[in-house]
Design a protein around this ligand. Sequence first.
Ligand code: PXP
Length: 249
Amino acid sequence: MLKLGVNIDHVATLRQARYATMLESNNAEPDIVMSALAAKRGGADSITMHVRGDRRHVQEEDVFRVKEGCNLPVNFEMASTAEMVAMALRLRPEFVCLVPENRQEITTEGGLDVSGQRETLRATVGALRDGGSKVSMFIDPEEEQVRASRDIGADMVELHTGSFANCEGAMRKEELARLTAAARVGNQLGLRINAGHGINYENLEELFEIPHLVELNIGHSIVSRAVMTGMEQAVREMVVIMGRYTVEQ
Ligand code: PXP
């Protein structure tokens, strides 16, 4: 069965919108561990979190708390920097996914240029594998990038589905063909094939034509759905408490 990695970065985005400097406040919510546990109850196979250099959502302590408090594999997304390698070696997650990071971007934009940075990435992959993690490269669906990922010792690739999600018609078909070709090459090379970015409840089934997929990482769409499906209940619970107010006659 296709596995689901739930990316909970945007649960932390919501918390940071109010509690940016008050992570230890008793009022800080939503709780990232509770969200990971809810994802687990819903059927998640792993929990993905990305500690960015600018700490805009998930914080270092979040990943440690989720690893301890939720008995699911953690997929730690990170840029290939000395700071993040050191954090991964302390955390020892089951999986690490190396992603490009650019301070100005709203979300991860392109895939990692593995073939253009072989030597630095080979060293990062080696250190992370020595630390006990399986390492994935988040790449655009290009044969050159798949081959380079294998070449530098990665265990897996995560194929970037963002372009697929953002285009329509003939271009979308072309993008699916690129994803299919990249998945085939990766599988022949013995890499595990994951995919992610921009996947939602509407476009998910179109991806089923891609062979060899093991795990999909999905974040924004699930967190958005959670807000919408939970709003009615959240309001109802507040109204129940307000109902206890008695007006003085
Ligand atoms: N995979 C990677 C490598 C990502 O950077 C992200 C976004 O953080 C995702 C998957 C999840 O993308 P989305 O939030 O669009 O589902």
